[in-house]
Design a protein around this ligand. Structure first.
Ligand SMILES: Cc1cc2nc3c(=O)[nH]c(=O)nc-3n(C[C@H](O)[C@H](O)[C@H](O)COP(=O)(O)OP(=O)(O)OC[C@H]3O[C@@H](n4cnc5c(N)ncnc54)[C@H](O)[C@@H]3O)c2cc1C
Length: 222
């Protein structure tokens, strides 16, 4: 397994609990939009404790970008990342990930499950291939939505922002259930990209199959 020490170049919160990191990129370190790597904080106590995170930047950029939800109540890696700032070092490893873009379709994300899609959307936008795709993005509150402005700009009317725990004008205030999918999707013979907490992925995948999507058309992290 390859291992690279990279310096953090920039770090800052982009929502109340999601922190964005820009790091050095090792020469020749390549990835496909949607992929990620195992990350550690390079301190004597934490250097061997790794967690998976996804690249949100473009593969053409000469730095790497991550968007990471901090869990202060877990005494884990993200609590350490909350304290890491420019000049702290991270350790990154081989790239991995099953989520890759195939054909236009519907992206269904919950919370930080949007991260592999951010890299894919930015890549599609750059190549002028975003049209024909739709995003359904679910969060508990509007304060949890990552990169709202960028997503609205990219998707315009093809962005459905679902907020499950508050009623706010401009947001769809309900859970994504079977009826919601029928109403918003209609065509179940296209590709579906699903990412989020395990129960979100499992419920959505079950509904999609039930509504006619084939297993091959549903792209999820394995
Ligand atoms: C392929 C993949 C890509 C991912 N990409 C991203 C990404 O780009 N951005 C992102 O934000 N996340 C991403 N994640 C999720 C991310 O990996 C986890 O949020 C991260 O591992 C949490 O690490 P942690 O060490 O802080 O906490 P954990 O590993 O969840 O927990 C650390 C310790 O805290 C304790 N603990 C666990 N739950 C609780 C609790 N509820 N209360 C108190 N203590 C608890 C446990 O004892 C555990 O040992 C990805 C996950 C996968 C599988």
């Amino acid at each position: 397994m390859q291992q690279f020490i990279v310096k953090i170049l920039e770090a800052g919160f982009i929502t109340h609990d999601v922190k964005r990191f820009v790091t050095e990129r090792p020469p020749g370190y390549d990835f496909i939009p949607g992929q990620g790597t195992d990350v550690s904080v390079n301190t004597p106590e934490w250097k061997d404790i790794k967690r998976p995170f996804t690249f949100t930047g473009l593969k053409e950029w000469n730095y790497l970008e991550f968007m990471i939800k901090i869990y202060p109540e877990h005494n884990g890696v993200t609590k350490q990342l909350a304290m890491a700032n420019s000049d702290s070092e991270l350790i990154i490893r081989d790239v991995f990930g099953a989520i890759q873009y195939k054909e236009p379709g519907v992206f269904l994300a919950a919370g930080t499950g949007i991260t592999p899609f951010i890299a894919i959307f930015r890549d599609l936008k750059k190549r002028k291939k975003l049209s024909g795709n739709k995003l359904i993005y679910s969060n508990k509150t509007s304060a949890d939505v990552i990169l709202k402005k960028e997503l609205i700009k990219m998707f315009e009317n093809d962005f459905i922002n679902v907020i499950t725990r508050e009623h706010v004008i401009g947001f769809v205030g309900k859970r994504i259930d079977r009826e919601f999918l029928i109403e918003k999707i209609q065509n179940f013979s296209q590709d579906f990209y699903v990412c989020g907490p395990e129960d979100f992925v499992s419920v959505i995948t079950t509904h999609l199959k039930d509504l006619g999507a084939t297993p091959e058309s549903i792209i999820i992290e394995q």
